[in-house]
Write a protein that binds this ligand. Structure first.
Ligand SMILES: [Zn+2]
Length: 782
């Protein structure tokens, strides 16, 4: 609740100053470079002003022992849990808050009614009915609570408020004390593809289902120093915040099911056949995926479907914030080891026949690749396993993620499906780091997990293949969004529930902003150190946005308050315009005006474009994951020769009037180029200039964003050159997300970007959702 006030305050401050500038065209100085000051919460003994946990930092702990049964005949989950809650806070607690996420599907839940709708005139379909009368569709869903009791079995009073349950403790829980609560519950698993939801069942024509059992047991809310209890309701959107703890879970399922779950199985010898167990031991020492449950075995299980016998799988997981599992007789299971800084981790995949041809080939190897790259940029992966389960939508939990990736019926697939799947696996497995380990609060701040994770996903994709078709990360990919009218945008610092363009706001824009920080503002060395420091400081803890902003500055020595203001607290786009160019030549100690001769200038063709991360990864000698199967020639064309940055020279200007004749000789015949820029977009950024000389060579100069600090609207700057310039291009690698490239060059180059093409073809570009296809939509909601 306190947080909400803080966003409101932050937004009002920002909109006031934004308005001041916009309403007063004569103002040349807003506060784009002022320190964040009171926009960030005060530092205290729990969280320092440097962005690290303070000397009295504390967090709660919740350990769970759960027995659960999946009944395939009526699709129900019923369980009993004992949760031990440790009060490490300095506060006395009278009650505990639990999350009952499946009550999102309770017909009485508010979230069935708070989306607006309009009547459609076409023949009514199920989707329309779901919008008009969702409660009817949800009859029979929601969580039934049978018992809440203390350790001795004595009933404890509780109150259910939609997806939240308050348990009133028999006696106040004092600091350093713990309490054990028993809860018995049951719910019907939703048909995930029809009514939505993070978990549920998906049943196939072969008569068997894949069960994704997620957000399935009453889970403790986070009680923290910065917001007390986070008992903000679950609506299906804002994911969740959870407390770390140890889990012991026993899952009873039909005997022919295979289970994938958070943690390590304690009784493989009992639940697997002798052959399967042998293959499991073999996979533990294999650098290639080995099928532990083979395709033939899975197909046989489906054919002989047996729902009467049961088996119990016993799992343990330590220091995790949640526990999820998948169960099906359809599962093929393969695994291999991956070495992360001296420790062997099991990378594993579980999938049905529908995904076999893709998953068998790529899933487990992608899991391993993800762990390697993320570990390099954050902390070494600390858990013993990492799992990818094929399910039709993507969602992440500790050590286990559910990701789509199905082939056509004949087992073939397009490059689009293949790379879509690899990206989703990297993304969902990557969530192990953000927010499963670096445990931010997703229900408040989607960008802290989705944005940071999408940024690391981009890094992992770019190390998978130097030509990888990343859809989020490169600056130019966010331009269509940044160009949208103001009423279709909101700052990244917006609560998850209120975001309109979810994929762009919570995934694309923050990922891009971080990539720009790394490549353009801070440089790789300073950025990578600071980012790793953030991960190190907050691993297995609960960071807030301020902790991230502060750490990035604290560890790099770069004042980034202007960057956070522009990219995270505001919605203004980048549009730096090169308005005019004046040319002079020094003759006998005097600058003489000259005409800029651009006749022989040849602007670069669009199809030779290669973004900055690709270029630098290649220069750095990154060892890419090698995929020999498919070429990506369709996506990018290369011309390495065009981007020769080796000829960078630096000439500093001096006061001409004080020079002696002897000194003046050094300047004789030099050219002086006076460039006039205006900031049309509002968002301040560095000015990156590519000079093309008469002799065909090029030079890149980078001017720090601080050039705008005294006048945020207009700046001009003189550059001395000893060669004649024939062309000037601003932001040649498209690093700054400049929304209008038509004013970036001299002479003017007519470039037709996508939006302009749309406009010409009469289509409405502004305001259209990016989720045009199901794959994209699925990706937008991971
Ligand atoms: Zn995600």
């Amino acid at each position: 609740m306190k947080k909400l006030l803080y966003i409101a305050l932050a937004l009002s401050i920002n909109s006031i100053y934004a308005q001041n500038i916009r309403n007063n065209p004569n103002s040349n100085h807003g506060n784009k470079f002022e320190q964040l000051g009171t926009i960030l919460p005060d530092a205290n003994t729990y969280r320092t002003a440097s962005g690290a946990p303070g000397h009295q930092y504390w967090q709660q702990r919740a350990d769970y022992k759960i027995d659960v049964e999946l009944n395939e005949n009526d699709y129900t989950i019923s369980g009993t849990e004992y949760v031990t809650y440790y009060n490490n806070s300095p506060d006395e607690l009278l009650y505990l808050w639990f999350q009952l996420d499946e009550n999102e599907h309770d017909p009485k839940s508010d979230n069935n009614s708070f989306d607006g709708s309009t009547m459609r005139s076409k023949t009514i379909n199920e989707g329309d009915l779901a919008a008009y009368d969702r409660a009817k569709m949800l009859e029979g869903y929601g969580v039934q609570i049978f018992e809440v009791a203390d350790q001795k079995g004595k009933a404890v009073p509780y109150t259910i408020n939609q997806t939240m349950m308050r348990v009133d403790l028999p006696t106040p829980l004092k600091p350093k004390q713990k309490v054990i609560i028993k809860i018995r519950w049951k719910y019907q698993m939703p048909e995930r593809m029809r009514i939505g939801g993070r978990g549920g069942r998906e049943c196939f024509a072969d008569g068997s289902c894949i069960f994704t059992v997620t957000q399935w047991f009453p889970r403790l809310c986070v009680y923290s120093d910065y917001q007390g209890w986070n008992n903000k309701q679950f609506t299906g959107r804002g994911e969740f915040a959870l407390t770390f703890g140890n889990y012991e879970v026993k899952m009873t399922v039909p005997a022919d099911h295979i289970i994938a779950a958070t943690g390590e199985c304690q009784n493989y010898k009992e639940v697997l056949t002798v052959e399967q167990y042998q293959r499991y031991l073999k996979a533990k020492n294999s650098d290639e995926p080995i099928e532990i449950v083979t395709r033939e075995e899975a197909l046989k299980s489906v054919a002989n479907k047996n729902t009467t016998e049961k088996k119990t799988w016993h799992y343990k997981a330590n220091n995790v914030r949640d526990f999820a599992w998948g169960s099906s007789r359809k599962f093929v299971w393969d695994a291999m080891r991956v070495n992360i800084e001296g420790k062997n981790i099991m990378a594993m995949s579980y999938y049905g026949e529908e995904a076999y041809a893709l998953y068998r080939k790529y899933s487990t190897k992608t899991v391993a690749h993800t762990l390697r790259v993320y570990s390099k940029f954050t902390i070494p992966y600390p858990y013993p396993v990492a799992i990818s389960v094929e399910a039709s939508n993507g969602m992440e939990y500790p050590m286990i993620a559910f990701n789509y990736g199905r082939t056509e019926k004949d087992g073939t697939y397009s490059d689009r499906t293949k790379y879509g799947m690899i990206s989703v696996i990297i993304h969902e497995v990557g969530h192990n780091f953000f927010p499963m380990i670096i445990n931010s609060d997703e229900r408040q701040w989607s960008w802290m997990d989705e944005g940071l994770n999408t940024f690391c996903q981009f890094l992992a994709e770019q190390e998978f293949d130097n030509n990888y078709p990343s859809s989020r990360g490169p600056a130019h990919k966010i331009v269509d969004y940044m160009r949208m009218p103001a009423d279709q945008q909101e700052p990244i610092m917006t609560n998850s529930e209120n975001i309109i363009q979810f994929g762009n706001n919570a995934y694309g824009k923050p990922a891009t902003a971080l990539n720009i920080l790394r490549e353009t503002i801070m440089g790789r060395e300073l950025f990578d150190y600071a980012f790793k420091e953030y991960a190190r400081r907050w691993a297995f803890k609960h960071p807030t946005p301020a902790d991230f902003f502060r750490t990035m500055e604290d560890a790099s020595g770069i004042d980034l308050d202007w960057f956070w203001r522009g990219w995270f607290f505001d919605i203004e786009p980048v549009d730096i315009s090169l308005d005019s160019v004046k040319v002079f030549r020094f003759e006998k100690g005097k600058p003489v005006p000259e005409k800029l001769d651009t006749i022989s200038y040849k602007p670069r063709k669009e199809d030779t474009f290669k973004h900055i991360s690709m270029i630098r990864n290649k220069e750095e000698g990154i060892e890419f994951y090698v995929d020999k199967d498919t070429s990506l020639r369709d996506y990018y064309y290369y011309n390495d020769q065009r981007y020769d940055t080796s000829s960078v020279t630096e000439i500093r200007s001096k006061k001409v009037t004080t020079l002696s004749d002897e000194e003046m000789k050094n300047y004789e015949n030099l050219y002086a180029y006076e460039l006039h820029f205006s900031n049309k977009g509002g968002l301040v950024m560095p000015i990156i200039i590519e000079w093309t000389y008469e002799d065909g060579t090029k030079e890149i100069e980078r001017i720090n964003a601080y050039i705008w600090r005294k006048n945020e609207n207009n700046v001009s700057k003189v550059f001395l050159k000893n060669k004649k310039v024939i062309g000037i291009l601003i932001d040649p690698y498209k690093e700054t997300a400049d929304i209008d490239e038509s004013n970036n060059s001299f002479p003017k180059v007519v470039s037709e970007n996508r939006i302009e093409l749309y406009k010409r073809s009469g289509r409405v570009a502004r305001g259209q959702s990016t989720g045009g296809n199901p794959m994209q939509r699925a990706r937008n909601n991971q």
